[in-house]
Structure formats: structure tokens, C-alpha cells
Design a protein around this ligand. Structure first.
Ligand code: SAM
Ligand code: SF4
Length: 323
């Protein structure tokens, strides 16, 4: 197995594949209400192109792939894509990040196709707050998706919640969820990448602030957390089935441990979430796996040591990168 390193000797073994920038929700911090301009069909990498890219990436040293979007399950035949990825030699960890709306319908087929596990984004368990935040979503659908994912063994199931002041900064419902189900709820700091609801320091809730409020809900224990913990750290309430996790891209950068690359739906390789530097890899895909390996090595030379701390405006928004 090859190993891949960047210019700062960080081992890179994780690829996030964003397969669409379309979505069936419009989370206020992520997407504009009117959605996005329809792209010509040929703009988006085909499944064959994604297969060539991923095969080259695995040959270069990638061993974990997460499929994301936009909402990956709105892309036609997403289950077939998962089956193709899961069948690639030396790729034994294929996971999915989804809003869960279509998960009840597809979870069994996804598990059969070889998907290992899912992360489900649910920013509030209160139906009215969830609807407002997603502009029209129904939290009961996301929760049915979560239950189905557990039933068919897409585990560990992680729930992602982006913290927004005055909206979902009371963690009590999420804590109850970890008592009721063996799920791992990860609180994520809001990042200044987005369109509709601009990031502001007043609305920002840090993980430190959230953690301080947790003690009043019961006795907390350290936890190693689930498989594929990434940059998250975890705690567990004593009698709970699941854990609570924390991801702090703003208050505690984890650039030192960064192990990832991202591919956008239109074939741009991004080496840092917080940088607009990107490389068009479609020509390499057309040449084949050896060219893909070469372009990944070239792109990695531009991966920065750490991301800037000051706020910037980015050319691409989160639904176009995949989070
Ligand atoms: N549609 C899928 C979903 O919502 O899980 C996958 C794509 S979504 C862009 C991936 C993750 O990015 C979600 O958990 C979402 O909450 C998160 N996200 C989007 N914008 C964000 C922001 N400005 N700060 C932090 N997380 C963000
Ligand atoms: Fe869609 Fe996910 Fe963005 Fe929400 S966070 S608008 S579900 S892509």
C-alpha cells in the first residue's frame, strides 16, 4: 500500500467526494433560499470519472472516502456509486454525510452496497426550529432515517449539529438522544463559509462555551469516541448509550492533524477547506489513474501548514465543497 504525505509530513489518507451541489433542503447558514443555478449536466463528474479519480487516489495512498454534497442522496443512482466505491480494492472505509431526509428509503440498499456508516446532519430536534433552519424540512424524516440507519447497521451513526446562538445552543434534546439511541452527537462550530446567514462573532458559539454548560445535565466521562473520530473529541454521560462529540475548527484549529483532500462535484481538488486554491483534475482523469496520482502529488505540495484565522470571503460555499 502506498502512503501519501504533504509538504509538512502530514499523512493524507482521507478523501471527501462531493458528488452534487444540489440539495433538498436550504439550511440558512449553508445555501441561499432560491437554491443554485442549474449546471449543465456535463459540468458534474460522471460516476465513471469518479471511479477513475478514486482508483488513482487509492493507488496514491487514500484509504478512507466520504461521499458528501450538497445532498448526496438526491443524485440519481447514488447507491450504485457507493457500490462502485465499496468494491474498489484497498478501500475499506466508505462513508456518507447526509441530511437524512432520504435515508429511510435508501439505508438498506446503501448497507447492502457496502456503505460502512453514516453521519446525519440534524441541527435541531425541535420540529419548528428544524423547519425554520432548513426552510422546509421535517425533523421526523431525518429521525426516521437515523433509526433505519441503526437498524441496518450503518454504524457508528454520528449526528452533526452546527451551533447557532439562540437557535440550537440548548443541548438538552441532543443529550436525551444519546440516552435513547447509541448515536454520537457532534457539536460543530459555525464556520465563516456560507451564503445566506452570514457568520458573526455575536452569533458564534464556541465549543468551550458549550462544554461549560454540559455539566448541569449529568456526570460526564471521557470517551475514546466511535471509529473514524477524525478531529472530534468525545465525552459520555454516565448512563447514556451514545456520546457527545466536539469539533472546533475555529477556536482550536486541528491543522496539525489534517489528513484530508476534497474533490468538488465539478472536478476541482481542494487541499484546504479554508483556501480557495484548487486544481482542475478533469484532464488528469481523462488520462487515467497514473495522471490522477501525479496531480494529487502536485496539489499536495500546495497544502498550507494551517489556515488563516481572519475572516475571508470564499469563492465556493459549503454546499459546493462538501463540508
Ligand atoms: N447535505 C449533507 C448534510 O447536510 O449533511 C452533506 C453536505 S453538508 C455541506 C455537510 C456538513 O457541512 C453538514 O453537517 C453541515 O451542517 C455542515 N456545514 C455547512 N455549512 C457550514 C458552516 N458554515 N459551518 C459549519 N458547518 C457547516
Ligand atoms: Fe443541504 Fe447539507 Fe447544506 Fe443543509 S447543510 S443546505 S442539507 S447541503
Amino acid at each position: 500500500m502506498s502512503e501519501l504525505y504533504d509538504g509538512f509530513n502530514r499523512r493524507i489518507d482521507y478523501l471527501r467526494l462531493s458528488i452534487t451541489d444540489r440539495c433538498n433542503l436550504r439550511c440558512t447558514y449553508c445555501m441561499p433560499e432560491e437554491g443554485i443555478e442549474e449546471r449543465p449536466h456535463g459540468d458534474i463528474l460522471s460516476y465513471e470519472e469518479l471511479e477513475t479519480f478514486t482508483t488513482g487516489a487509492v493507488g496514491a495512498g487514500i484509504s478512507k472516502v466520504r461521499v458528501t454534497g450538497g445532498e448526496p442522496l438526491v443524485r440519481k443512482d447514488a447507491v450504485d456509486l457507493i457500490a462502485m466505491l465499496a468494491a474498489l480494492p484497498n478501500l475499506n472505509d466508505v462513508s456518507l454525510t447526509t441530511n437524512g431526509v432520504l435515508l429511510e428509503e435508501h439505508a438498506a440498499d446503501l448497507a447492502k452496497a457496502g456503505l460502512a456508516r453514516v453521519n446525519i446532519s440534524i441541527d435541531s430536534l425541535d420540529p419548528a426550529v428544524y423547519r425554520k433552519l432548513t426552510r422546509w424540512g421535517r425533523v421526523d424524516r431525518a429521525l426516521s432515517g437515523l433509526r433505519k440507519a441503526l437498524e441496518v447497521g450503518l454504524e457508528p451513526v454520528k449526528v452533526n449539529a452546527v451551533l447557532l446562538r439562540g437557535v440550537n445552543d440548548d443541548p438538552s434534546d441532543f443529550i436525551k438522544l444519546t440516552y435513547d439511541y447509541p448515536v454520537h452527537v457532534r457539536f460543530i462550530e459555525h464556520m465563516p463559509i456560507g451564503k445566506s446567514k452570514a457568520w458573526s462573532p455575536e452569533d458564534f458559539v464556541s465549543i468551550g462555551e458549550l462544554k461549560e454548560s454540559l455539566a448541569r445535565y449529568g456526570k460526564l466521562e471521557e470517551s475514546a469516541g466511535p471509529v473514524g473520530a477524525g478531529p472530534a473529541t468525545y465525552l459520555k454521560f454516565k448512563e447514556a448509550l451514545g456520546t457527545v462529540g466536539f469539533i472546533s475548527p475555529i477556536s482550536r484549529h486541528f491543522c496539525d492533524e489534517c489528513n484530508r483532500l476534497r474533490l468538488t462535484p465539478d472536478g476541482r481538488l481542494r487541499v484546504c477547506l479554508f483556501s480557495d486554491e484548487e486544481m482542475d483534475v478533469r484532464p488528469a482523469i481523462w488520462q487515467g489513474e497514473a495522471a490522477v496520482k501525479a496531480v494529487i502529488a502536485k496539489a499536495l505540495k500546495t497544502k498550507p501548514k494551517e489556515h488563516a484565522t481572519e475572516l475571508q470571503s470564499f469563492k465556493r460555499l459549503m454546499f459546493q465543497i462538501g463540508g
